[in-house]
Design a protein around this ligand. Structure first.
Ligand SMILES: [Zn+2]
Ligand SMILES: [Zn+2]
Length: 384
């Protein structure tokens, strides 16, 4: 069948909407009619070349849709099911899957980064030549074929837009708080970068009943969104008062840059209990370390460019007993976590609807990325 999809031909872009051929699902796969796909920075990393990937590729990895065709041997899914798509499918039998860490599944990492289905071939093609799939999903397309293991059932009348953002930003951000760091009530939390993942981290920190949440982002629109999601706003210290303890306060302090000295003053001179670096920039990861108190935890959840490295002082990691943790996809078990986040949203405990600020058609995808980069949108979603 013919489908329209957003294709990246070369590093540097642009992203082009093209008509592609889509093959029917093979054993263990399903065809999904895509309803909504979030505009996430990770796709942009392919445009800039920070993430290396075979090209041409159909982008999109934060999606939700309805099952339309079941491939041979698929069980547990039915025609018409609303599903959120998991971009890190897991095999269920390897060491990591059987030890509660399916986001680290070793079995499917290879094919996913080759841009193919789990059997090493693509379902998209153009004039007989393969077109690759980003992260097994490629859901900036009207219809996609995905591994059935990527599909997590959502309640039938659930919002496809919310289901989509649960598929990446929410699971990465909220999961980094709840699953990776296990943030304790009343603790101080710094969130560096207030894009989709950072704002989801704020939502998670508020849900975990953190005390002070200090959000650092150069864009005022994102700082305002962070206050709306995690507030009330707490003003940074007046210039005339130094050494004032702000412990016991609850709310969000918006900062335009990462300022370890100010963050120490906001946390009784110690530094924060938890620092989340949600951007993936080595310089910010190094600053994150400075913002954590001795005995505190630094969580790196932003995806860094392939091959980059971060210079952290080993001597101080030991002497100050700081813990540096990686958090990949929020240490998720999507089959467990997606329905949980959906339920918490339904119960009014996670304001995920406030994450989605802009909606676009597939043809507006370059506008959607421009708005993400300028900070005009908090989370844009392509709706089909
Ligand atoms: Zn993403
Ligand atoms: Zn596995």
């Amino acid at each position: 069948m013919k489908v329209r999809a957003a294709v990246l031909e070369r590093v540097g872009g642009p992203i082009e909407v093209q008509e592609l051929d889509l093959q029917v699902p093979q054993p263990g796969e399903v065809l999904v009619k895509v309803l909504a796909t979030g505009v996430c920075h990770s796709d942009w990393h392919l445009v800039t070349g920070d993430t290396k990937h075979p090209l041409p590729v159909v982008l999109g990895h934060e999606g939700a849709g309805k099952i339309e065709i079941l491939g041979p041997g698929v069980t547990g899914l039915e025609f018409g099911d609303l599903v959120a798509l998991n971009w890190a499918p897991s095999c269920g039998v390897c060491f990591y899957c059987t030890h509660g860490r399916p986001a680290l599944c070793a079995a499917y990492v290879g094919p996913i980064w080759q841009g193919t289905m789990l059997d090493g071939t693509t379902r998209f093609s153009r004039r007989g030549e393969p077109v690759y799939h980003y992260s097994a999903l490629a859901c900036f397309a009207e219809q996609v074929v995905v591994p059935a293991v990527c599909c997590v059932k959502m309640p039938p009348l659930f919002s496809p837009e919310i289901a989509a953002v649960i598929g990446c930003a929410v699971t990465t951000g909220v999961g980094s708080v709840l699953n990776t760091a296990h943030v304790a009530p009343d603790s101080s939390v710094v969130v560096i970068g207030a894009g989709g993942v950072g704002l989801s981290t704020v939502i998670g920190a508020k849900y975990a009943r953190a005390g002070l949440i200090i959000v650092c982002d150069p864009l005022e629109s994102r700082r305002e969104a962070a206050v709306e999601l995690g507030g009330p706003a707490v003003e940074p210290l007046p210039q005339t008062i130094t050494g004032l303890s702000r412990s016991g306060l609850t709310g969000v302090v918006p900062l335009s840059k990462v300022d370890p000295d100010l963050i120490k003053r906001l946390t009784e001179g110690r530094g924060a209990d938890y620092v989340f670096e949600c951007v993936g920039t080595p310089a910010l990861q190094e600053l994150a370390f400075e913002c954590a108190r001795p005995g505190g935890t630094v969580v790196l959840s932003g995806l860094s460019p392939n091959g980059s490295s971060t210079n952290l002082p080993g001597s101080r990691i030991v002497r100050e007993e700081k813990t540096v943790m990686g958090s990949y996809y929020g240490t998720a078990d999507p089959a467990r976590d997606f329905p949980r986040y959906a339920q918490l949203y339904h119960d009014g405990q996670l304001p995920l609807d406030k994450l989605v600020s802009h909606r676009y058609s597939l043809d507006q995808i370059n506008d959607a990325y421009a708005d993400m980069l300028s900070g005009k949108s908090t989370r844009g979603v392509i709706v089909f």
